[in-house]
Design a protein around this ligand. Structure first.
Ligand SMILES: C[S@@+](CC[C@H](N)C(=O)[O-])C[C@H]1O[C@@H](n2cnc3c(N)ncnc32)[C@H](O)[C@@H]1O
Length: 501
């Protein structure tokens, strides 16, 4: 058996190399291994291999997501035993590793399944392109049988040999975690040092730890990171627009033996922890009977409060989660103009609207909102579900935390300001503008609204307590869902009324 030792913050941990991939182990551990910024160093120790009696020395260094392995010794003829020079140099890029994680999560928990189901084919170009570029093959060409072999694909994505080593590494880390004996750094020193330690322990970028400690306090920041690292829970919305009720959905789930809970917040929603693949394979999404939608996003629609007969503009609409829910609330009366700059995502919206039989009240416009000309027509309700950091949905987006940089926040804020100004011009006098994000960051939420109101005094805050339970209402009258408190994603919405004249 090979042995590996991890040098991590001056603590050494041994890893045996005979382990195979363990399903439950993968998510949190992969996260930790590939995302730690604290550069754990892994070294093979020289030890006799009981199977082939060969010795090898390897080094893996993970630093800001990089994992490299050099190996000497002989193993199935791959290594040059006569020399200490590595014959094989294994390099697993963070992108490749993230792709592997994504594929595993699709297989194990149904995460990202929208990328690979029928509706996702030929669409969602950004995400699919990302996975495909990093894997080096086209996942969209795979048939259903192939998709069930995601773990194998994931292993293929990691080069030969590296996969085994990574598996062993993850397995051992998971065991250590179970025994509460992970080699964790001490949380002490100044703010920065403490943030670094917490970032390592909870596998988040240091800048996020610092930001959340500042805005939420240490205790809440830690709870949030733990939530982000836990298995995500998904919710399904029954598509009442097609006459399919939550009772119908529950009947289907019971037949499929998928455990569920009724949403305590929204009449059309149920929560499921497992069984997403079963739901997909049963064709419930394909037949437009339900959608995967988080309750926190559903409650943004409750804040919009669509009523039959309303003229609504959805400014950043794709891929259409909120548009479709709003459409189902209109009962076939009224209209929604769905605008988005991304053609591929807008195409998904169009196709799903057809499936859900609400397409007759939705028109789509592929445009940049900042240059959108609606011929002077204004709407009763305008929803701006703005592009944002996604800091409220990190539990469902394994890679997002590592793709976001603190500098992105400034760019996003400036985009949010200009989109808010453009959206506000589409609101009729006496109408309402709803600004929402899937972020928990006050700079993208409350601060954007405060700045907007200073620039646009004809708007005022309409408190959301008439629309959602008081548990979700902030002191300023905004809607805010908190992952730790509400067990949903984090989201924000503000209702802004335009003066009548
Ligand atoms: C948070 S997502 C919207 C999610 C959507 N509302 C839903 O519920 O499914 C933000 C969207 O804004 C779009 N977007 C970004 N910049 C834009 C712009 N300048 N004009 C119009 N859409 C834009 C993106 O393409 C993306 O689809």
């Amino acid at each position: 058996m090979e042995a590996v030792s991890i040098l991590h913050n001056n603590t050494t941990v041994s890893i045996s190399m005979h382990c195979t991939l363990s399903a439950r182990v993968v998510n949190p551990a992969v996260h930790r291994v590939f995302s730690s910024t604290s550069a754990p160093v892994v070294k093979h120790s020289k030890e006799t291999n009981s199977r082939n009696n060969s010795a090898k020395t390897s080094t893996i260094t993970t630093k800001e997501g990089h994992l490299q392995a050099s190996t000497t010794g002989s193993r199935k003829g791959q290594f040059n035993g006569a020399s200490n020079t590595p014959k094989l140099y294994l390099d697993v890029s963070p992108h490749r590793a993230v792709s592997a994680v994504r594929l595993m999560r699709i297989q194990l928990g149904g995460a990202f399944s929208d990328l690979l189901n029928e509706q996702g084919k030929g669409s969602g170009d950004n995400e699919m392109g990302y996975v495909e570029r990093t894997l080096g093959f086209r996942t969209r060409d795979l048939d259903d049988r192939d998709l069930r072999l995601n773990v194998k694909l994931a292993k293929a994505a990691l080069r030969l040999g590296a996969g085994n080593m990574v598996n062993a590494f993850l397995r051992k880390l998971a065991l250590l975690k179970e025994n509460n004996s992970l080699p964790a750094p001490k949380v002490d020193g100044n703010d920065r040092q403490q943030a670094r330690a917490l970032a390592t322990i909870h596998s988040h970028p240091v800048w996020m730890v610092r930001r959340w400690t500042k805005y939420l306090g240490l205790e809440e920041a830690i709870k949030l990171m733990m939530w982000n690292n836990a298995d995500p829970c998904f919710s399904l919305r029954a598509n009442t627009g097609k006459g399919f009720t939550r009772e119908d959905l529950v009947t289907e789930l019971e037949m499929l033996k998928v455990p569920y809970e009724l949403s305590p917040h929204l009449d059309d929603f149920v929560r499921i922890r497992t069984g997403m693949q079963v739901v997909i394979q049963a064709g419930l999404l394909k037949r437009g009977l339900c959608s995967v939608q988080d309750e926190s996003a559903g409650m943004v629609v409750t804040v919009v409060d669509p009523k039959p007969g309303d003229r609504i503009i959805d400014c950043c609409a794709a891929p259409g989660g909120k548009t479709l829910f709003m459409a189902s609330r209109l009962n076939g009366q009224g209209s929604i103009c769905a605008i988005d700059i991304n053609k591929g995502r807008l195409r998904i919206l169009k196709e799903t609207a057809k499936l859900q039989e609400v397409d007759h009240i939705i028109t789509t416009n592929n445009a940049d909102l900042r240059a959108f000309d609606n011929n002077g027509t204004k709407a009763d309700k305008v929803l701006l579900d703005a592009p944002c950091s996604g800091l409220g949905v990190l539990s469902k987006r394994a890679d997002l935390r590592w793709n976001r940089r603190v500098e992105d926040m400034e760019q996003l804020k400036s985009l949010q300001d200009s989109l808010l100004d453009s959206a506000s011009a589409l609101v009729k006098p006496g109408g309402v503008l709803i600004y929402s994000t899937c972020s928990i960051d006050p700079e993208e939420n409350e601060e954007r609204i405060a700045a907007f109101l200073l620039r646009n005094p004809e708007f005022s805050v309409d408190p959301v307590d008439k629309y959602v339970s008081s548990d979700f209402v902030t002191v300023d009258g905004f809607y805010s869902s908190n992952p730790v408190k509400h067990s949903t994603d984090g989201a924000f919405a503000a209702r802004l009324l335009r003066r009548s004249s």
